[in-house]
Design a binder for this molecule. Structure first.
Ligand code: PRP
Length: 182
């Protein structure tokens, strides 16, 4: 049953499943010779996507996490990227890092993270996002792997939140404006 705060489903469970399977196959193809692939989950929004994606990837992977924050509690971006949990690895120079994101909006988070991880000395850095809102870009950024391009609507579910709610919904839904305009 649809959550009462969700106006409509934008990406169904079936489409999410097909999309994650397709991206995993692309990653398998591109990293088949990689010796040290690390999937880097950007907390918290990417948790569900990361969990489903890593189960479908068949090449050997390690996992790690970072937590960054560029938003306040609501819908307005602050424009700053804060590292709340850093990546600490002595072997970073041998790691092919694939950053796993739930969504790209302004592009600030991924643009910052790619530069940051390269400066820190990663062997290679690529990016993968489940959802992309290209119409919202503030900085130019093109991810290496994209699930689905979506319009500029307030989406929740499958890891994405509004004020920390709705992350556990199994689909991506459009939030009713009355919920965030309160
Ligand atoms: C969201 C999302 C990305 C970022 C994308 O994270 O998970 O990390 O915003 O926006 P950008 O392209 O404008 O930088 P958020 O800060 O909401 O944290 P969360 O993942 O913990 O919900």
């Amino acid at each position: 049953m649809l959550n009462q705060d969700v106006e409509r489903i934008l990406v169904s469970e079936e489409e999410l499943d097909r999309t994650v399977t397709r991206i995993a196959a692309e990653i398998d193809r591109d990293y088949k010779d990689a010796e040290h692939l690390v999937l880097l989950c950007i907390l918290k929004g990417s948790i569900v996507f990361m969990g489903d994606l890593m189960k479908r990837i068949t090449v050997p992977v390690e996992i790690d996490c970072m937590k960054v924050s560029s938003y306040g509690a609501g819908t307005v971006t602050s424009g700053r990227v804060n590292i709340m949990l850093d990546l600490v690895r002595a072997d970073l120079g041998e790691c092919d890092i694939l950053i796993i994101e739930d969504i790209i909006d302004s592009g600030r988070t991924l643009s910052y993270l790619v530069d940051y991880l390269k400066l820190k000395g990663a062997r290679s850095v690529k990016t993968c996002t489940l959802l992309d809102k290209p119409s919202r870009r503030v900085v130019e950024f093109t991810p290496d792997y994209v699930g689905i391009e979506i319009p500029d609507e307030f989406v929740v579910g499958y890891g994405l939140d509004f004020a920390e709610r709705y992350r556990a919904l199994p689909y991506v839904g459009v939030l009713k404006p009355c919920v965030y305009e309160k």
